[in-house]
Design a protein around this ligand. Sequence first.
Ligand code: 5GP
Length: 238
Amino acid sequence: MQKDKMIYEGKGKKMWSVLGEPDLLIAEFKDDLTAFDATKRGNESGKGALNNKISTEIFKLLMNAGIKTDMLQSISDTEQVVKKCEIIPLEVIVRNIATGSLTKRLGISEGKILPFALVEFCYKDDALHDPIINDEHAILLNASTQEDLNYIKDQARKINEILKPFFASKGLNLVDFKIEFGRDKDGQIILADEISPDSCRFWDIKTGQKMDKDIFRQDINGGSIKVAYEEVLKRILG
Ligand code: 5GP
């Protein structure tokens, strides 16, 4: 499997075409960290490898439970081969516990356990700062159809129902997470991108300690995420 051209560079990953394989891409996980609309930037050696390993394990778990994803296989510490798909320009956020933008936006108390898993959509557009939108906005923006939004919400809730007890068994509360979906060449909607401590919030069940990118966002432990991400990987594998 040989990398050809870099076709896209995002905040956390570079995407490469693959020589002679038009339906595949290689995702290369970067060590860069960004927060607050990329106004805060950092870099920690080894972060890309940790996220590649963590995301690979989580996607494997989801695929074993019947969720369709773009992931094919990890090919190095920082790289995985994925099925090429057209990313749907929505960030799908699932919340179990109130924190972050939800508490700021609606005044819900920090740490409140939500009575049901809340699914939100943000429109992926850097220039607009990824605004929160509802179903009708998504349809108006041609981001999706109502039928596809219903499927995406259903998949997001299923993913939460698989991941919440899994992480609880590892001593971690899955507070919230962001996922993305794409359409493969047959038009099937599949889970894409990554699921890692960059895109989830994990709180230690016993101590409440934050084990995710909030460490960087909030400068906890000098903003260094490595020990926490290593602990998340250790618990996932343990
Ligand atoms: P919030 O809306 O509270 O800032 O974030 C909710 C959840 O979605 C958190 O787990 C957060 O890490 C994730 N999230 C929201 N926006 C982004 C984003 O642009 N990139 C990544 N990687 N995660 C995000």
